[in-house]
Design a protein around this ligand. Sequence first.
Ligand code: GDP
Ligand code: IMO
Ligand code: MG
Length: 427
Amino acid sequence: MASVVVVGAQWGDEGKGKITDFLAARADLVVRYQGGNNAGHTVVADGKEFKLHLIPSGILYPEKMCLVGNGVVLDPAVFLQEIDRLTEQGISTANLRISPRTQVIMPYHRKLDLCEEKRRGAGKIGTTGRGIGPAYVDKAARVGIRVCELIDPPAFAQRLQAVLKDKNELLEKYYGESGFDYQALYDEYVAYGRRLAPFVADVSVIIDEALQAGRHVLFEGAQGTLLDVDHGTYPYVTSSYPVAAGACHGSGVGPTRIDRVIGVAKAYVTRVGEGPFPTELCDATGEYLRQKGHEFGTTTGRPRRCGWFDAVIARYAVRINGLSSLAITKLDVLTGLDTLRLCVGYEYRGQIIRDLPATLTQLAECKPVYEELPGWQEDIGTVRRYEDLPANARRYLERIVELCGVPVCIIGVGPGREQTLVLQELF
Ligand code: GDP
Ligand code: IMO
Ligand code: MG
C-alpha cells in the first residue's frame, strides 16, 4: 500500500497532469483535493491531447477510481461538460466520484470574481475569472452551497434563498451590475444536481477502505506551492491549499496515511497572472522558452511569464511540502541554449539570502544570484535512460539536486506519456 501526493513546486502548470497520468498507471485511485476549474492539466497519451480542469488526470485508465475531494470548488456546468467531452472521446467516467462536502461554484461567484478584478484595477491579481476566490470566501463565511445540498432540491432552495438576496444586493448596489433571478438559477442548478447525484459518494471513506485493502492512492494537486493562500506570494495567490498538507484536508485523509510527496517543477519557471517572479526573463531568452515550451495557459490561453530555474523557491517547496523527491519536467525545452542559469540565492540589501521572504516589498528588492552552466544542443525527446542524456543535461540536474537537497525521481523530455525517464520507482 502506498499513498503519494503530486504537488506543484512552483507557480502552477509544472506538468502535474502529465506526471499524475504517468504515475496513475500504477495507482488504483486518483484524487483531486483543492482548486477548481482554474486548473488546466494537459495529458498526452498515444498522441492524443486531453485538457482536464476538474476531473482527475487518472481518468484515461478505465479501471482507476477518480475522486473529487471536499477541498475542491466545483462548477457543475463545467464538470458536466468535461464528462460529456470525455465520453465523446471514448473515455469512460463510470469510476468518477465527488464528495458530498465539495463546495459548488455559482454564477454569482464568477461574476463577483470579474467585478473584484475590475475594481482592483492596476492592482489586479490576474485571476482566471472562474469564481474560485469568491467560492472559497463563501465556504469560509459559511454561506457556501455544497454538492450534498445541490442534489437535494429542498435543501438547495433553502440555501440559495438565504444567500442570493445578499449576492444580488452586492452586485446591484455596490458593483452596479445585474443580479440573478432566483427561479431561473434554481431550475438550472437543480437540473445539474440531478445529473451529478449518481457521482456523489463519501470520498474519505472510499480512500480509507482502499488504503486498508492495500491499494495505491495518488493525490493530484492543482496550482502550486507559490500560489498557496498561506505559503504563496500573497496576495498574488489562489484561494486554496495546493501544498501537500492540502491533500489531507481536502480529501479527508489523516497525515499519517501519506507515504511520499513528489514535487513537480519545470526545468525553468513560469507564472501566469500578476505577482512577484524574481527570475523572470523579459528578453529574447524568455520569449525562446515561451515559444519552445508552448507556454500559453491551458485554461485562459494567456502567455505565461518565463524565467530561469529558481532554487530558492524550489528549496522552499521542499520544506513546505516535505518533498520526498522532485519530478523535473520540460528538460527538452532547454535544448539549444548555450548557457543556462540557475538562481542559487537572492541578494537583499547587500546580503545573500537563501530563504523566501514573506513580504512583497522585500521580495521586490531581491535580486537573483545566478550560477552559469553550459547547455546542450542534442535533441533529448527520444532519450529514455538517464545515462543517455547529454553530459551537460545531467550536470544541470545534478546541480539542482545539490541545491534542493532531494533526489530527482522523474524527468520529462516531452509531453507524451512515453517521454518520461524514471530514476526511482514510487509505487
Ligand atoms: P499542469 O497544470 O501542472 O498539469 O501543467 P499544464 O498541463 O498546464 O502545462 C504543462 C504543459 O507542458 C502541458 O502542455 C504538457 O503537455 C506539457 N509538458 C509536460 N511535461 C512536459 C515535458 O517534459 N516536456 C514538454 N516539452 N512538455 C511537457
Ligand atoms: P494548474 O493546476 C497556473 C493563478 C492565476 C492567478 C492566481 C489566482 O493548471 O497549475 P484564481 O483564478 O485561482 O483565483 O487565480 O492563480 N492560477 C494558476 N496559474 N496554473 C494554475 O493551475 C492556476 N490556477 C490559478 O493565473 O495568478
Ligand atoms: Mg495547468
